[in-house]
Design a protein around this ligand. Sequence first.
Ligand code: FAD
Length: 325
Amino acid sequence: MRLFGQLIVSLMPITPRFFIRWVAKRYVAGSDIGSAIRLMKKMSEEGACFTVDVLGEEISAMDEADFFIEEYSNLIDSIVENELDANISIKPTALGLLIDPESGLDNIEKLLRKAAEHDMYVRLDMEDHRVTQPTIDVCLAMHEKGFRNIGVVLQGRLFRTLSDIAEICAVTGNHTDFRICKGIYLEPENIAYCSYKDIVNATNDAIDEMLDSGAYTAIASHDNPVISHALAALRRRDMGPSKPDPRHITEPSRSVGKGPGYEFQFLLGVRGDIRRKLSEQGHRTRIYIPYGTKWYEYSMRRLRENPEVALHVAKALLMPWSNRR
Ligand code: FAD
């Protein structure tokens, strides 16, 4: 099966774009804000909430950041106008953090300020290890400026993650709000766990540490051993649907669009069955909604990242009715 998946992945570069677009429909909301809003309205019926990502990554010239600032600004307005339970996820390198850190920080602050006007939360997606510390520094700098609507993603696979949790919590206290994931980037073995088992164990340790530190914890994984661990970890701490967070988190901003101290997050189109089940059990579930004209690059990355996706592609081809998000 795996070989079959890899075969499909290797054929992707020569596959017609219209076919990739058809497959990508499951993983990407569309190419513009309107399509993301329509999809969220529809999916709200499933009891989910959202975080929205404008597709695109590292820019090569500072003026390219203007596009992202304008697009995210319009997105914030549209989310508010349509009264959606949604926030935004941004990539610091798309706003110039690697080219000109000071201007990158200003760009992020502009969006943060606009989101704060609407009490909207902003998640800084975590990219590869070149920007781990700069991204954390942005979060801490914005906290120092008084913003409380920002948080980072930490990656279980990195050796540094447990100490990052402590460092961040020491500064942001009971406003700390993390997303924890395994980490999508294949990092060198001197800084990261590389085997599946080690990555799962490290991610689970990070979940425990976040919960024990009192931080709001967004668990972003489709993997059963991580989800089951998180559910057991929550139960042990008497946390769960409709229960008040027992860890003395009382900040009002925390409760806007948030769960009782934790939530589960899923990528659009991936393991909707598990997400719906968690949601039915009362857990807050958030769907990461990517949209934008860079749908082709995003889809290719998803495919390279996980050749198993190719099996979903084959299934969608043979049984188009099964291509459900
Ligand atoms: P895996 O073991 O990869 O997946 C478990 C199972 O889920 C697979 O066997 C497969 O059946 C299914 N599956 C997984 N991925 C897909 C897919 N794309 N399509 C179809 N089926 C799939 N990484 C970062 O480095 N930085 C971030 O900021 C970041 N943000 C994220 C936000 C969200 C909401 C999520 C869910 C993930 C995010 N990630 C991020 C990616 C994450 O780090 C992992 O690379 C990714 O989630 C795959 O790991 P997994 O834990 O889901 O487990």
